[in-house]
Design a protein around this ligand. Structure first.
Ligand code: HSO
Ligand code: ZN
Ligand code: ZN
Ligand code: ZN
Length: 272
């Protein structure tokens, strides 16, 4: 059975997407999906820079929910549409994050690291004047910082997102190099019942593998981790379900015989 749920999707309610939600849904239906979960960007205190004005990654959640309800009324007999958010985590914002997740009846919350100590790895400046390994370490350490203070989310998104933007991307990137940090990360995820996302979006950036790399997901499984969602991170209709065949093989190879979906913050498991 193919994976029939895409749990990481953006539409025009995210600052970096122009896709009308209805067009995303129509594409999902055409692809034969049974469920889609929109996860619009909510990054509090994202730094202003060229092309990124204040509030750029802060979804207007009321407007988003209103449009989602409209889409449910139009398409609800053909596909299940879930109300999710991709929350950009920063440790000093723990209280703001807690307030936000409790203000809306979300089905699903992805916690993601788009910033690392206030800096954006998307900017070349993040890597300037130091080794790639040093920059990657800083990023993984900040994930640990986040997990030490905030746990009210369902899965950690694209755990090794930083390698999308490194000068050599994943060419010299191995689990071994960052073992100490991954071990601590996984320990915190397991302690807090937070899952790991298989994010197929990295392939479009030229990466060899999906996020996270194989050893991370294998290790999560071997330590007893059970929660694995799959998301394309599509920002336009053409990318919905991209590389999902690969995600299925990847999950099986890491020891999973199912994937996870969420409804009202509650996990259920669908056989692969
Ligand atoms: N957070 C975006 C990528 C990004 N754009 C960072 C500007 N800065 C990932 O969807
Ligand atoms: Zn985005
Ligand atoms: Zn993201
Ligand atoms: Zn995303």
């Amino acid at each position: 059975m193919a994976i029939r749920a895409d749990f990481h999707l953006h539409s025009s309610f995210s600052g970096d997407s122009k896709a009308p939600m209805g067009e995303m849904v129509e594409r999902g239906i055409a692809l034969g999906l049974g469920q889609m979960c929109f996860t619009e960007h909510m990054d509090f205190d994202f730094p202003v820079s060229e092309g990124i004005p204040k509030g750029f990654f802060e979804v207007n959640t009321d407007a988003y929910l209103y449009e989602l309800l409209r889409c449910r009324a139009v398409y609800g007999d053909r596909i299940k549409l879930c109300f999710g958010v991709e929350l950009g985590l920063q440790a000093y914002l723990a209280e703001v994050q807690e307030g936000y997740v409790n203000s809306f009846p979300f089905d699903f919350i992805i916690g993601s690291s788009h910033l690392c100590n206030g800096k954006d790895p998307y900017d070349a400046g993040f890597f300037a004047g130091r080794s790639e390994e040093e920059a990657y370490r800083e990023y993984f350490e900040s994930i640990i910082d986040n997990l030490e203070v905030f746990h009210d989310f369902d899965i950690y998104g694209h755990l090794d997102y930083v390698v999308r933007y490194g000068p050599d991307q994943d060419k010299f990137y191995t689990y071994e190099k960052y073992r100490d940090l991954f071990e601590r990360m996984l320990e915190l995820l397991l302690e807090n019942g937070i899952g790991v996302e298989v994010n197929t979006g990295g392939i479009g950036y030229g990466l060899k593998e999906l996020h996270p790399c194989r050893e991370v997901l294998k290790r999560y499984h071997d330590l007893g981790g059970e929660i694995v969602t799959v998301g394309s991170d599509a920002h336009r209709p053409a990318d919905i379900c991209r590389e999902f065949k690969r995600a299925e093989e990847f999950l099986r190879d890491c020891g999973f015989s199912y994937y996870t979906v969420f409804d009202k913050r509650t996990a259920s498991f669908i056989k692969l």
